[in-house]
Design a protein around this ligand. Sequence first.
Ligand SMILES: [Zn+2]
Length: 438
Amino acid sequence: MDSEKVIQNCIEMIRIPTVNSMKGSASYQIEEYKNVLRSNFRSLFSLAETKEIGDALLLYIRGKKKDLLPVIFVGHMDVVAAPNEELWKYPPFSGKEADGCIWGRGTIDMKGVQCILLSAFDELLEKGFMPGRDIYLYLSCDEETGGATTSKAAEYLKSQGVKFQAVFDEGGSIGEKYMDRIPGRYAELAVAEKGSLAYEFTIHATGGHAANPPKDSAIVKMARLITAIEDTKIFRSEITKEARTVFNGLQKHMDEKDAEILESAMMEPAPFPKLHELYPHVDAMLGATIAFTVISGGTAFNVMPSEVKLIANVRVASNQNEDEITGKLQEIAEQYSAECRLIDGGNASKVTSEDAWAYKEMKSCLEKVFENINVFPTMLYGGTDSKHFQDMTKETIRFSPLYLEPWQCMGVHGVNECISKESLIRGEEFYRYFLSKL
Ligand SMILES: [Zn+2]
């Protein structure tokens, strides 16, 4: 597509706020946003069969070969809020064009990606293109608030007996000089994502006046419980299947010496001191983590609370599962007379191999469009919409073909989110080539 048109599409998409957490206010204008998509990508919307699921859209384009399994591109239309507006260089919903970039909430996560995918597809269809296989596009509306609509969409597709050759979603991106160890540009394709489990802990106690406090009040017990959870070894640190896939993928791009250093670091017993030296944030890769995120209790300075609640978020890797972690947390909770309840979540994803069709196909297209690029696997610590489609496929690749400078990554869910125009233009070129190969 004409580069200027791609840029204009992106600006228009950024200008419409779609903050799902502020549904019911002017910050969530999903109908206006969908209207922009319908009018800017006319060929796509006129040729696709479209189904609305809640505020989300499911598009289906028929391909040439009936014997090939379809693929689905999953992406979200909603964005997170931009509360500290005064800290932004340009207003977050301005889509301001400045310094070679487009600025605004969603330029990276992920309207920029949606823009280049839809621009590329629309351009191809306008010229009479028919994909090799059936292609689904699922545009979700509540990824940033848990994806309840997406689980309905996945249920619908399952009820229709749909299976996918591959699921594509956002995730890794393009960068330069990977950790100062691999020269040149690189593209990281996320082949796995961790699961997310939310737990609620409740402690009851006799309330009463703060002037006559009982020993071991609910808040004191909760504090002890938190410390006990922190101090107990609940999570196993291991070279998980996903960590091995990532490290082995990296080794192929390293010089012999660095590859050997990494190999010997992996051979060490837990807690892998050398690996930590090499990769400061490796902990989250080698097993589950826990974060205490919400705590609530008393109502006044002079009243003892009769109930205290705590919410914790565990991000689980493939070496442990929901049942095992729930069992261990409940065991500790019991010692502090607390109830522990799993309130939400799911296990880690399957790991897509570097030998999978989707991985190889994307890698070869990246190497063709971005010359001399190093393509290797990575994993995500957070979750994507793709998790809802796990039962329908063996292959999931989470990747956004956008080049990001390290400082730009800070803009995701933060301030000054922006994407370079050059990055959008190259990304659209990539999607045009990739779609033509499906
Ligand atoms: Zn996102």
